[in-house]
Write a protein that binds this ligand. Structure first.
Ligand code: 16G
Length: 250
């Protein structure tokens, strides 16, 4: 029994004033809020339908409807004989230079991209420092939502020197595929990770609440000749991703 989850659920139910909306919708949004906040615990298993009904005092029909809504939205999965569970975590290497697309494909997942922006622009001051470009240089700027099917996983803002990628239209699904097709695949990268609270815009794209925890990763990648090819700021979902690195003795 996940006592912590039950307690948090009860508290949230008592806090939110009953509104005229359907009960299952209110329960569904509170459950999603708790899941986003990590209340499901490390195994990601929620209390089963019967227990949720007992704890909340709602009918099993109402609970079932709330769970069905969350399952349809891809927030949880249901399997017969045990409690619903939050989708499995994706474990991604922090020390291998792989692309989002190849990583998802290698897992048999459905890598998708929604372009929020794909333009040519003047380099910004932090991009010019990261890419060692003179002020006034032109860059291709990509702002992308990255998904597994319809499930959002990350948002990324990328700058690539226009001298390396001459046309933003060359990037279809994968930036690294476009660079490889030009004979200019990234060879080495520096990466930096920190925890952030989601800004409203990123939260909106990721289907999470503003302020939810996320992983902010900056990658600067370089070509074989040493030129910086990519400066990307990614926001990966902290409720989905684990980053791992193998450590060796110096
Ligand atoms: C990953 C990289 C990102 C790179 C992208 C390329 C991390 C934290 N970031 O998301 O820097 O631009 O892959 O993927 O891994 P693509 O080739 O599918 O566009």
């Amino acid at each position: 029994m996940n006592t912590g989850f039950n307690l948090a659920l009860l508290t949230r139910l008592q806090e939110t004033p009953a509104d005229p909306g359907p009960r299952y919708a209110r329960l569904g949004s509170i459950l999603k809020e708790l899941i986003d906040a990590g209340a499901a615990g490390p195994d990601g298993v929620l209390p089963p339908e019967r227990e949720l009904a007992r704890v909340t005092g709602l009918s099993r029909v109402t609970v079932r409807k709330a769970l069905a809504g969350l399952a349809a939205a891809g927030v949880i999965h249901q399997r017969p004989g045990s409690g619903p569970y939050v989708g499995e975590r994706i474990v991604r290497s922090f020390s291998r230079l792989t692309s989002f697309t190849e990583d998802l494909r290698a897992r048999g997942m459905d890598s998708r991209v929604v372009f929020l922006d794909r333009t040519v622009a003047d380099v910004s001051s932090d991009e010019s420092m990261a890419l060692a470009l003179a002020p006034g240089s032109r860059v291709v700027r990509l702002h992308r939502l990255r998904l597994d099917g319809s499930r959002p996983l990350a948002v990324e803002e990328t700058a690539v020197p226009l001298s390396i990628l001459p046309d933003p239209g060359l990037v279809r699904d994968s930036l690294y595929e476009a660079l490889t097709a030009l004979g200019l695949p990234p060879q080495r990268a520096m990466q930096r990770l920190r925890a952030v609270a989601l800004e409203p815009a990123a939260a909106f794209h990721l289907g999470l609440t503003a302020g939810a925890p996320a992983l902010h990763i900056e990658r600067r990648a370089f070509l074989a000749d040493g030129r910086a090819v990519e400066f990307t700021r990614s926001i990966y979902r902290a409720d989905v991703y684990d980053f791992v690195a193998e450590l060796t003795l110096p």
